[in-house]
Write a protein that binds this ligand. Structure first.
Ligand code: GCB
Length: 901
């Protein structure tokens, strides 16, 4: 008790020197966060702190990134450069002689630590932990203010992976920082910032198990130290199961390693996704003479054994266990990568609630709490270093890769969740040397050498796990370079039906690999389709970014994965939407392949996985996320609109009740039940019910439907407003403004629509998808401006007489600088080069509204403009908008008509 109180006192003195006199000498080792009250400044010119009075300091706490917001603005790029952090701390004089460290869970990507003007240490790499000894730089005088300065740099560096990738390299001290106090002898946390202990289970069966604990020790004292190492195995309740102890003599200033084995553990509780039973391994160092405890480290332990079989997949504890889960990036809306532990935790809970049992921690090691949660919730995991897309052929790059691999393995060694270590993702994405075949071949050879090197290193560091790399679909190339043979498990990132055009190609690819590579286990390490939750359709198309296409894609993939035993597992790309600053498309700067949105709201597809994976009865109205809808009544007499509605369930049959009316019971196929629902104007109640042995399982939602009249002047549904997007079959749901934009249609008398023209198409050879893939500046409603009807001559709305407010939306989508193709888009989307003039007049009901509109001149390319006016409709003439070409083709992107009275 005494020593614990002392430790607290030490911690207090850091912020309050008044406590210093109340301490006595017997300090416990410990670790306390040092996240608060830092000063931060960016140093765009990299001038340093000396005589740089122009730097503006701001108060920050860790986790912190300087890129939380600039990644979402319209200016291409985000700040990649130097940031400085500083802070003053007082250190209790009684700590003199102890070993003090600054421990970083992560800072992106190069960090220098300065203490009182002296460099204490450096670290390279943005995703692994590091530990910097600072005792030698500290002033232990009770009045002394010790100044800590951190220089963090996230500039591009050819020698540090990742070189390029489809995610944002947020800069800053974006994870926790701790002050660690150790005695002279300690479990060696300077061993790549591990905790100095390495736990493995040389034998495990249902009947008995053994535990091997390797402890690395550091004696920083100037004299010999006699110590006792005690290792205790505790069950989940803290009861001692077994223990072992060893005496040791450590030479002055030396390091040592001992192994202790605890055998004959009977009937161990096994760790598995269904029952993630965790033991604790408590490691303690005692001074042999005084028996004083001088260090303590606690690690998790799960008894499990596993294997990958090339034909039968993955086995855990002797039973087949198909691994299904997701990958995960670590960023979150408005926070960048600087997110609190609770949000990391929530992600793993969401994966578990989805029924997932696997997490590919890609493309880099993440916050320690992630694996802590995987251990706790029973999620098997792989971890990898960020060698993505390409390598640099330099000794420094290779060394950095090796260092990162060792850090990753040693820091995460004790997590029972980890089954795989990986070290490369799609390194053959693009030829690096264009047409220079000879140079390209040399590059491939160097990649192969690095693969072999990292493979050997990994197997040596940890013979208890498997290795893998993730390749993309260029099968022959990866085979040639050796990436289908060197690693123990081969991961494939497959996007047939997304980047590649035929979804059937997915299953075919798996079968081909399996047939031609006997003996090699396979995982689908990525598959996914972007879904912008604002975009909905009844005509899903590859690349249209609608939730419906993504749902279709996952329905097909999941089925193909589940029917092949040899597919050991699969990870959806990605658990949640994530930032990828250079991306444009419908939601610029975002990759929308998440099953959850950036702020972790489930998309329809998340429910598909729940239906497929959860064991307990599950029924979910899939389209519950689309609870603001609009559509046209079926006829002048019918006051409803028929639209599809999907339910995902793991039950055999499901019944749908809408507005109290039974719409019938459907036999569920592949977890799907689908109905044509007659939606009424206003709030519709929707209930899905499944019965299992007399017990009913239900889901309920409400869908607000804005019913539009079949004929606009129909008496039964008075015309209020219409929002129409041109050149697309997608609905755009704007939850914030609470309106729905419906897809355009050709003019029908009595109703509304365009005459003339055709939808805008990128001239990129993509036959699917809609509109432009460029960021539309000045708006978040990009889809409204990315599609258009080109060559339109007229728009008519046969509305009743009255005063109307109308808004016409335009943008110029042609021309502009050629965009570098998005690396992952294997179809190499580029904006069309055509830059021809476009000038047209617009008149409304015979009156000229706009003379010689030249969008490019008025707003520039890829920037929307909205022209609004009021029009009085008389004599049953409706609204007629004429587009008169002066030069080039007139266009219309969207149209809003609201009746004033
Ligand atoms: C990939 C990459 C991943 C991308 C993903 C995509 O193959 O490994 O980093 O984010 O494709 O969405 O294009």
């Amino acid at each position: 008790m005494k020593s614990f109180a002392n430790f607290i006192a030490i911690l207090l003195i850091i912020s309050n020197p008044l406590y210093s006199r109340s301490l006595d000498g017997d300090f416990r080792v410990g670790k306390i966060s040092l996240n608060d009250n830092w000063k931060f400044t960016k140093d765009p010119q990299g001038k340093g702190l000396k005589d740089n009075a122009s730097l503006q300091w701001q108060d920050v706490s860790f986790p912190h990134t300087w890129n939380a917001h600039d990644v979402m603005d319209d200016d291409p790029g985000y700040f990649r450069g130097i940031g400085w952090y500083k802070k003053k701390i007082k250190i209790n004089p009684e700590l003199k002689g102890k070993q003090l460290f600054l421990y970083f869970d992560g800072a992106n990507q190069q960090t220098e630590v300065w203490v009182n003007g002296k460099i204490a240490g450096k670290h390279t790499g943005g995703y692994t932990r590091f530990c910097i000894p600072i005792s030698n730089c500290l002033d232990f005088n009770s009045q002394a203010n010790n100044e800590i300065i951190l220089k963090v740099d996230n500039s591009h560096n050819e020698n540090i992976p990742p070189l390029s990738a489809d995610f944002t390299f947020f800069g800053g001290v974006y994870r926790n920082v701790y002050l660690v106090v150790k005695d002279d002898v300690y479990f060696d946390l300077t061993d790549y910032a591990s905790n100095g202990i390495y736990v493995s289970t040389p034998s495990v069966s249902e009947k008995s198990a053994s535990v091997l604990v390797r402890s690395k020790l550091n004696n920083s004292a100037a004299n010999v130290q006699r110590i006792l190492i005690e290792t205790i195995l505790m069950d989940s309740l803290g009861n001692k199961v077994t223990s072992t102890s060893s005496s040791l003599k450590l030479a002055a200033g030396s390091k040592a390693e001992i192994s202790q084995e605890m055998k004959g553990i009977h009937n161990p509780h096994l760790w598995s996704p269904d029952n993630p039973y965790l033991y604790k391994v408590v490691s303690r160092i005692f001074d042999a003479r005084s028996k004083r405890q001088i260090d303590e480290v606690i690690n998790p332990l799960g008894f499990r054994w596993f294997r990958f079989d090339p034909d039968e997949g993955f086995f855990l504890n002797g039973k087949r266990c198909k691994l299904i889960g997701t990958s995960r990036h670590q960023d979150y809306k408005n926070l960048g990568n600087a997110i609190p532990a609770e949000l990391h935790i929530r992600d793993i809970e969401l994966l578990k609630e989805m029924g997932g049992n696997f997490l590919r921690i890609a493309h880099y090691p993440q916050d320690p709490v992630i694996l802590e949660m995987c251990d706790k919730l029973g999620i098997l995991a792989s971890v990898e270093i960020p060698v993505v897309n390409a390598i640099t052929e330099s000794e420094e790059f290779y060394n950095n890769c090796r260092e990162m691999q060792i850090e990753m393995i040693r820091q995460n060694y004790n997590h029972p969740a980890v089954i795989l270590w990986a070290y490369m993702n799609e390194v053959l994405l693009k030829p690096k040397f264009g047409n220079d075949a000879q140079r390209q071949e040399a590059y491939y050879k160097n990649i192969k050498a690095l693969v072999q090197n990292l493979e050997d290193l990994t197997r040596k560091e940890d013979p208890t796990r498997y290795t893998f790399v993730s390749n993309h679909g260029a099968y022959d190339l990866y085979k040639k370079v050796g990436l289908t043979s060197i690693p123990m498990v081969i991961g494939w990132n497959l996007y047939q039906g997304w980047y590649g055009d035929k979804i059937e190609g997915f299953g075919q690819f798996l079968d081909k690999f399996h047939k031609e590579n006997p003996g090699k286990p396979l995982m689908v390490t990525e598959y996914g389709a972007d879904a912008d939750p604002r975009l909905r359709t009844f005509n899903p198309l590859r690349f249209d970014k609608t939730v419906e296409y993504a749902s279709f894609y996952h329905e097909v993939y999941l089925k193909e994965i589940q029917k092949r035993d040899f597919v050991a597992g699969a990870a959806v790309w990605n658990l949640a939407d994530f930032n990828s600053e250079p991306r444009e498309e419908t939601m610029p700067h975002m990759n929308n392949k998440g099953l959850l949105t950036w702020d972790r709201k489930p998309k329809d597809i998340y429910y598909l996985y729940q239906a497929a994976l959860l064991k307990k009865p599950f029924v979910r109205i899939a389209s519950r996320g689309w609870n603001l809808r609009s559509g046209i009544a079926m006829s002048d007499k019918d006051l409803f609109c028929l639209q599809k509605l999907k339910v995902y369930t793991n039950q055999k049959e499901v019944t749908l009740i809408v507005n109290g009316k039974d719409l019938g019971t459907k036999t569920v196929e592949d977890h799907i039940g689908e109905w044509d629902v007659p939606f009424l104007d206003g709030v519709n109640s929707v209930e899905a019910i499944a019965m299992q042995q007399g017990v009913s399982f239900k889901d309920y939602t409400e869908i607000d439907f804005k019913l539009l009249p079949y004929n606009l002047s129909s008496g039964s549904i008075p015309f209020k407003e219409m929002n129409i997007i041109s050149g697309t079959q997608r609905f755009f749901v704007d939850d914030q403004k609470y309106i729905v934009w419906i897809p355009d249609q050709p003019y029908r008398p009595g109703s509304w629509g365009y005459t003339g023209g055709k939808p805008f198409k990128l001239n990129n050879g993509n036959k699917d998808g809609y509109g432009s893939d460029r960021n539309i500046k000045g708006t978040f409603d990009d889809p409204l401006f990315q599609t258009q009807q080109v060559g339109i001559t007229e728009y008519r709305l046969d509305v009743p007489d009255g005063l109307y407010h109308i808004s016409l939306y335009f943008s110029e989508l042609n021309g502009g600088k050629e965009k570098a193709p998005l690396l992952y888009n294997l179809n190499n989307t580029v904006a069309p080069k055509t830059d021809s003039a476009r000038v047209f007049d617009v008149s409304v009901n015979g009156k000229q509204l706009i003379d010689a509109l030249n969008i490019k001149e008025e707003a520039g390319i890829n920037r929307g403009i909205i022209k609004s006016t009021a029009v009085l409709v008389e004599g049953g003439k409706g609204i007629g908008i004429k587009f008169n070409a002066v030069e080039g083709d007139p266009v219309l992107n969207a149209l809003q008509v609201r009746k004033v009275f």
